[in-house]
Design a protein around this ligand. Structure first.
Ligand SMILES: Nc1ncnc2c1ncn2[C@@H]1O[C@H](COP(=O)(O)OP(=O)(O)OP(=O)(O)O)[C@@H](O)[C@H]1O
Length: 556
């Protein structure tokens, strides 16, 4: 990493990714150089032909064929270069996206709006494409290819070569002047895009609610304001892009004028080398083509830097440290001591000085009014957040010393609102253990009484459900999520309101499934349900984050 890159995390991220894809990036550069060499040779042959046509020398028979063959070769090389560039960009993006995705997954669940996460993984990584596919090859070719052209022109006419080199030196200065502010503009454009994506996805999800409360017009207006902001910022970026293209065209026109002037003066006195004059003039487009590509790609680099600035804090964040688990024990004794947690420093503690112990085969019900800290305890046990104080021990070993992902290997967690994906019920259950055989998935479905309702569906377990479990009732979704917990077969079961909003008959069925799930396992269940407390009599009564009573209810 260069010292400069070390100061700027966005640049460091881009240079590290470029270093990783070095081999793939070299191919388009070499192909670009070969295309430039073919262009020079072609200009020489065409200059010879034109000289003959103007009556300054004899016509060379093979020149026309040679120029046509070189033109074809150049096209083939440019196509190959484009393909190689696209491949290099694709490879670099897919590596970045994989790394980013695993970091996003490792973040605390719901710490970031889903729309924002999607915009980061899709739009921002996509914005890197131009950097790898166009900027890096263009930047390398913008130095070497114009030099090759200028030397070729210099060999024919030294002053023409020097004019080209002087123009080449002017280009970066002009572009740097016009590009000032482009990075900031591009970053702001991305921020606006991210805000719009996040808001759009969030509001689309809540559309039924918005329609219900007749808020759709207000939301449409708010989205319109966000879209307008994006439009203004995009136009600013485009203005800057056009400005630097204009600067380049101005320099190209000036060079052509200088060369025409020089060779015009020589021609007035009977040009000593008319072929060299035409050659130099024909080389002007070949000289500026790589610089033009560089100018276009310059803005790709600026966009990529804007995107990298947003990605680097996530990619550079330290990986949550911790011990690895040798193996998942068949049963665990859970001991929680003086656990406290304050997710928001501006608000009171969500969990304060909570202690309890649960042994294998035992289920502890966390009971208490809404906001008393039940879900927070389950999330701390599942490793989704780290407590501010206290100890969690599993079989006498400090669970907090484990890496959060390792802690989750011990846990089957049923959240308050289980998420079902748009996939078959079978695939939704298999999420808990992707390598599970069909027989294991079916056994889990039976144990959670999923089979009881899928038996009546034409496609059974292969019935496809919509996003969020659309097409299933609340109780059926819950049973699918319970089947995941059965399939996971973890020694510690954490269930958050597993019978909320169920009618008494469905609740009784689910409680029966829960009883089977908790048998032999260590379970902590957050619940308001009296029926559930009757089945699992060990209860921890909570209020405002604290334990107010611990009792063993009398089973009925
Ligand atoms: N990420 C967070 N940031 C700030 N405050 C939080 C966060 N998570 C929870 N809290 C607060 O902590 C308190 C306990 O919340 P928690 O969700 O644990 O309660 P609960 O007993 O599970 O409630 P319910 O029965 O309604 O699910 C609440 O006051 C809540 O607002």
């Amino acid at each position: 990493m260069s010292r400069r890159a070390g100061r700027d995390p966005a640049r460091a991220l881009l240079s590290a990714a470029a270093r990783e894809g070095r081999a793939a990036l070299l191919v388009p550069i070499l192909l670009g150089l070969a295309a430039a060499a073919a262009g020079i040779a072609q200009a020489w042959l065409v200059a010879g032909l034109l000289t003959a046509l103007l009556g300054y020398g004899p016509a060379a028979g093979g020149a026309l064929v040679g120029a046509a063959a070189l033109a074809l070769l150049q096209v083939a090389l440019v196509v190959a270069q484009e393909t190689a560039s696209a491949r290099a960009g694709e490879a670099a993006r897919s590596t970045l996206r994989r790394r980013l995705f695993s970091r996003l997954l490792a973040e605390t669940p719901s710490s970031r709006p889903a729309g924002e996460g999607a915009a980061l993984a899709v739009d921002r990584v996509e914005a890197m494409d131009g950097y790898f596919a166009r900027w890096i090859p263009a930047a390398a070719l913008a130095v070497v290819a114009p030099l090759m052209v200028a030397f070729a022109a210099g060999a024919a006419d030294a002053l023409s070569g020097m004019i080209l080199i002087a123009a080449g030196l002017l280009v970066p200065v002009g572009m740097a002047l016009s590009g000032i502010g482009a990075a900031v503009a591009s970053r702001r454009q991305f921020d606006a895009l991210q805000r719009l994506s996040g808001r759009f996805l969030d509001r689309m999800r809540g559309l039924p609610t918005l329609v219900l409360f007749r808020r759709q017009e207000d939301e449409a207006r708010a989205l319109d304001v966000a879209a307008q902001e994006l439009r203004v910022r995009t136009m600013r970026v485009l203005r800057l892009a056009f400005l630097s293209t204009g600067v380049l065209e101005l320099i190209a026109a000036a060079v052509l004028g200088c060369l025409a002037w020089r060779h015009g003066i020589l021609a007035a006195e009977g040009h000593p080398a008319p072929e060299a004059a035409l050659f130099c003039l024909l080389l002007v487009p070949a000289f500026f083509a790589p610089l033009r590509a560089f100018s276009t790609a310059y803005h790709e680099r600026v966009s990529a830097q804007g995107a990298a600035a947003a990605l680097s804090p996530i990619l550079d964040a330290p990986v949550p440290a911790g011990l690895l688990l040798e193996e998942v024990p068949p049963s665990v004794t859970l001991v929680v001591e003086h656990l406290s947690h304050q997710p928001d420093p501006a608000r009171p503690l969500a969990v304060e000085d909570v202690s309890f112990r649960v042994t294998p085969g035992e289920a502890l019900v966390l009971s208490g009014p809404s906001g008393s800290g039940k879900s927070t305890i389950l999330k701390l046990l599942a490793g989704f957040s780290r407590p501010d104080a206290g100890r969690i021990a599993l079989n006498g070993r400090d669970a907090l010393a484990l890496a959060p992902a390792e802690l989750r290997r011990l846990v089957a967690y049923l959240p308050q609102r289980p998420v079902l994906l748009r996939a078959s019920i079978r695939e939704n259950i298999r999420l808990a253990r992707p390598d599970a055989e069909d027989a294991a998935v079916e056994a889990a479905a039976r144990a959670a009484q999923v089979s009881a309702f899928t038996a009546e569906l034409p496609d059974g377990l292969d019935t496809v459900v919509g996003e969020g479990g659309h097409g299933l009732s609340g109780g059926q979704r819950l049973r699918v999520a319970l089947a995941r917990a059965f399939l996971r077969d973890a020694p510690l079961v954490l269930l958050d309101e597993p019978t909320a909003h169920l009618d008494p008959a469905t609740e009784a069925q689910v409680i029966e499934s829960l009883r089977r799930l908790c048998t032999g396992r260590t379970a902590v269940i957050a619940s308001h349900s009296a029926a559930l407390r009757a089945r699992f009599p060990k209860v921890l009564e909570m209020s405002e984050g604290r334990v107010v009573a611990q009792r063993r209810a009398v089973a009925t």
